[in-house]
Design a protein around this ligand. Structure first.
Ligand code: NIG
Ligand code: FE
Length: 408
């Protein structure tokens, strides 16, 4: 049975936009008084509401009696929402002016979340993940990448990835799992950085593949995590093992984005410390530049150079980095809106960064645009003018969200 949903004051299908570089709002397709025909979770047609009524007379009608702006559901292509425990002590120390090292010495940092996540059972982790995914879904995020990386040994990395898989069965949102066993060398691993990465490749990834827990790897390239050299070899080998790759790159010091581009990673994420060199490399590559304003807000640091990346011609996506340490807020739209005011990003650039331009970071072929044949993942805002969405800086939330055509 087909359903006709509408009329909407405006539909922004996010179609026909350049995949890279600057975007002006005038380039957005805006369908005034539009409707959407949905069948079996897929979009059948999008057009003027009246013409759809004529063309599909037998449709079930889902009539919208208030002015709404319809968008594709957001894609959050970088999160760490599978974890247990809080890091509010880290945050209190940080806003009291303590340094990264002082916080780590007091037992904080990523290792603190590893300790807490290792203690948690798989059911708790799955429940935590479902709760956060559902909160995201209610705020219009219909596809969510979720990383492991707080286990850092065989048992606990698998526990996290299995919990993410379970969580995917209990939330309507689509979860895309990524193995981030290379988040840091675990403190209890007796061996070199290279040996740990080799262990991931030889012992962990084959099990992940066998159980179909994930087909993606991530690595944190930073002075406190893994070197560019070690990461290059790791990513090349992981790709040979048929894993797609993404990189935590240039967060505090530059170097990671270059590795991401040279190895052909799908995305380079963070980029707060990227210089002109990395900006040019990303712009001339097929690697998506993912900026994470939530981490800048959580750490009280500057934003990634999103304006410069777009001007240079990069494909820029915006993700939340929702995690217990650097980005506990987890509100993608607030973060994107606040960053856009500081970085001078157009509404078209910001909305594309969470839809059509985030899709390639996760290799999604049927999400991020409202197009016939695509999943009916959609969200509607209570306004007649799409510019209100950034104007209210993320405080205006969607009043309706559909996942595969079903209102959630
Ligand atoms: O993306 N940069 C490294 N990893 C995370 C932080 C995770 C944590 O602090 O627990 C990030 O910001
Ligand atoms: Fe992250």
């Amino acid at each position: 049975m087909k359903t006709l949903i509408g009329p909407f004051a405006q539909i922004l299908p996010m179609t026909g936009l350049s995949p890279k570089g600057t975007l002006h709002d005038e380039q957005l397709t805006v369908i005034e008084k539009g409707g959407v025909v949905v069948k079996n979770g897929e979009i059948v047609a999008i057009a003027d509401y009246k013409s759809l009524l004529q063309k599909y007379p037998d449709c079930e009608i889902a009539f919208q009696d208030t002015p709404l702006v319809l968008l594709p559901g957001f894609i959050d292509c970088h999160t760490h929402i599978c974890y247990d425990g809080t890091r509010n002590r880290d945050y209190a120390m940080r806003i009291a002016g303590k340094s990264y090292l002082e916080i780590a010495r007091a037992g904080g940092g990523i290792w603190d979340s590893v300790t807490k996540t290792r203690i948690a059972d798989a059911v708790t982790l799955a429940e935590n993940t479902v709760a956060r995914a559902n909160r995201h879904l209610a705020e219009g995020v219909t596809t969510i990448e979720v990383k492991s990386g707080y286990g850092l040994n065989l048992e606990d990395e698998l526990k996290m990835l299995r919990a993410i898989q379970q969580a995917g069965l209990y939330t309507p949102a689509t979860l895309v799992p990524t193995c981030l066993a290379a988040h840091m060398k675990p403190r209890d691993y007796e061996g070199s950085e290279d040996a740990y990465l080799q262990w991931i490749l030889a012992e962990l990834l084959p099990v992940i593949q066998q159980e179909q827990l994930s087909n993606r790897v991530d690595i944190f390239i930073e002075e406190t995590a893994f070197s560019a050299k070690a990461a290059t070899g790791f990513l090349q080998q992981a790709m040979q093992q048929r894993f797609a790759a993404t990189v935590h790159a240039d967060q505090f010091s530059a170097g990671g984005a270059e590795v991401a581009v040279n190895t052909g990673a799908l995305s380079a994420d963070h980029l707060e410390a990227s210089t002109e060199k990395e900006i040019a490399l990303l712009a001339n590559s097929g690697t998506v530049a993912v900026v994470l304003p939530g981490a800048s807000l959580g750490l009280g640091m500057g934003y990634a150079p999103a304006r410069k990346l777009l001007n240079a011609g990069a494909c820029v996506a915006i993700a939340s980095d929702w995690n217990p340490g650097s980005a506990p807020m987890g509100d993608l739209l607030v973060q994107a809106a606040v960053m856009s005011a500081a970085e001078k990003l157009s509404t078209a650039e910001v909305l594309a960064a969470m839809t059509v331009r985030a899709a390639p970071a996760l290799q999604l072929k049927d999400a991020g645009q409202l197009l016939a044949g695509y999943a009916a993942d959609m969200q509607a805002y209570p306004t007649a003018d799409y510019r209100d969405i950034l104007y209210y800086q993320g405080k205006m939330k969607p009043t309706l969200v559909w996942k595969k055509g079903i209102a959630v």
